[in-house]
Ligand binder design. Structure first.
Ligand SMILES: NC(=O)C1=CN([C@@H]2O[C@H](COP(=O)(O)OP(=O)(O)OC[C@H]3O[C@@H](n4cnc5c(N)ncnc54)[C@H](O)[C@@H]3O)[C@@H](O)[C@H]2O)C=CC1
Ligand SMILES: NCC(=O)COP(=O)(O)O
Length: 339
C-alpha cells in the first residue's frame, strides 16, 4: 500500500509552516509524494493569509490524506492549538510542538505513514517548557527505544549532493567533546553509518573517511592525544570487521573537491566539524537524516529562522529535498525488504 509521509510542524513561530506550505504548493512541479502535516489548521490558515499564499488547507486523517493531497494541504489536527505569534517562540506552543512529533512517530510506527519529516524546532523554548532532550535526533531515539524495548544509538547525518557528514558527538558543548569521545562510540557510529548507507541509500560498499579531532589529526601526538589514543583504535577495529574506514584525517584538508571524491561519508568528531562543510557546500539542498532508527526520519538542514517567518523569503528547497529523500529511502527500504 502507498502510504503518505507524516510531517511535523516544528516551532509554529518559525519558518516550518512557510516551507511546508510552499512545498505543498510546488508539489506537482517538484514531483513530491503525498504528505500530511500534524498541526493546528487555524494557525496554518492565518500564516497562509499573512504570506498571501493561495493555499487550501483541509483537516483530514492519515488514511484520507493521500486523497486530499491533490486539492489541499492535508492537516491532521493536534489537540493543542497554537498562538499566532510569528517570529518569536512562545512557550505556550511547546506542548503542541512535542505532540506533533509524538503523533507523527506513532503514525509511522503503526503503519499509517511511510516516513517522518520534521520541521525545525527551537531547542531553548522546549527546554524551558521541560523538554529534556537536546534535539529531535536524541528524542526520536528515545521514542524508538520505548517502542522497541531496546536501546537505540541515533546517528545524525547531513546529506547533500556534494557531501555527506556525520558528527559522532551531537548537541553537546565543545568543551566536553574530548571527554565524550570514545573508541566505542566512534565504532558504533561508523557501524550504523555503514549499515544504513547500504540498506537505506543503496551504497553497496560505503567508504568512510574519519576526521581527526585536533589540528593535523594530532600531528603525531604533539597537538593532542585523542587522534592516536581514541580515534585510531576505532578505525583499526572497523577495518578488522571489514568496514572501509580510513583516518584519522586532517579535518582541514578532507572537504575539498578531490578529497570528497574518495569517500561516501565523512565521520566527524563534533557538531560544527560536520555541519559547517555540509551547509557551506549545500545549504539549500542538504538534508538532516537520522540513521540507526527503526523508521525513516529526515529534516531540512536549516533551523527555525525566526527572522524570516511569515516574510515569504524562506527558501523551501531543503524541506523539498527532505521530503524527496524520505520517500526515496522508504521505497529503497521496501525494495530491499522484498528482494
Ligand atoms: N532540525 C532542527 O530542528 C533544527 C533546529 N535548529 C534551531 O533553529 C534555531 C535557530 O538556529 P540558527 O542557528 O539561527 O539557524 P537557522 O538555520 O534558523 O538560521 C540561520 C540563518 O540562515 C537563514 N535561513 C535559515 N533557513 C533558511 C531558509 N530556508 N531560507 C532562507 N534563509 C534561511 C536564517 O534567516 C538565518 O539568517 C535554534 O534554536 C536551533 O536550535 C537549527 C538547526 C536544525
Ligand atoms: N544543527 C542541527 C540541529 O540542530 C538539528 O538537530 P535535530 O533537532 O534534528 O536533532
Amino acid at each position: 500500500m502507498h502510504l503518505p509521509l507524516a510531517l511535523t510542524i516544528g516551532d509554529p513561530a518559525g519558518i516550518g509552516p512557510d516551507v511546508i506550505m510552499e512545498a505543498w504548493r510546488r508539489r506537482q512541479h517538484a514531483g513530491l509524494p503525498e504528505f500530511y502535516v500534524l498541526a493546528d489548521p487555524d494557525h496554518l490558515r492565518a500564516r497562509a493569509d499573512a504570506l498571501k499564499a493561495d493555499i487550501r488547507i483541509e483537516s483530514c486523517t492519515p488514511s484520507d490524506a493521500s486523497e486530499c493531497f491533490r486539492r489541499a494541504l492535508p492537516v491532521v489536527r493536534l489537540t493543542h492549538s497554537f498562538s499566532r505569534a510569528t517570529g518569536s517562540p512562545d512557550p505556550d506552543n511547546a506542548q503542541g510542538t512535542i505532540e506533533s512529533i509524538d503523533r507523527a512517530v506513532t503514525d509511522v510506527l503503526e503503519g499509517r505513514a511511510s516516513a517522518l519529516v520534521t520541521a525545525p524546532i527551537a531547542k531553548k523554548p522546549l527546554y524551558d517548557a521541560g523538554f529534556r532532550h537536546p534535539g529531535h535526533t536524541e528524542y526520536l531515539a528515545e521514542l524508538a527505544a520505548r517502542s522497541t524495548g531496546r536501546e537505540v544509538t541515533p546517528v545524525m547525518m547531513l546529506a547533500g549532493p556534494k557531501l555527506r557528514t556525520i558528527p559522532v558527538t551531537i548537541h553537546i558543548p565543545l568543551s566536553v567533546v574530548p571527554s565524550q569521545l570514545t573508541t566505542g562510540l566512534i565504532v558504533e557510529t561508523c557501524r550504523i553509518a555503514d549499515h544504513d548507507l547500504r540498506e537505506r541509500f543503496g551504497i553497496p560498499a560505503p567508504r568512510l573517511a574519519v576526521a581527526g579531532l585536533n589540528p593535523h589529526a594530532g600531528e603525531g601526538g604533539a597537538l593532542g592525544a585523542e587522534d592516536g589514543a581514541i580515534i585510531l583504535p576505532a578505525i583499526e577495529a572497523l577495518q578488522r570487521s571489514g568496514i572501509a574506514a580510513k583516518g584519522p584525517l586532517s579535518a582541514d584538508t578532507m572537504f575539498h573537491d578531490r578529497a570528497r571524491a574518495q569517500y561516501d561519508v565523512a565521520i566527524c568528531m563534533y557538531h560544527d566539524q560536520a555541519l559547517i562543510p555540509a551547509k557551506a557546500l549545500g545549504f539549500d539542498d542538504s538534508v538532516n537524516v537520522t540513521l540507526g532508527l527503526p523508521f525513516i526520519r529526515t529534516s531540512p538542514d536549516h533551523g527555525t529562522a525566526f527572522d524570516l517567518a511569515g516574510s515569504g523569503d524562506a527558501a523551501p528547497d531543503s524541506m523539498i529535498a527532505a521530503i524527496r529523500m524520505a520517500a526515496r529511502m522508504a521505497s529503497h527500504s521496501t525494495r530491499a525488504k522484498s528482494a
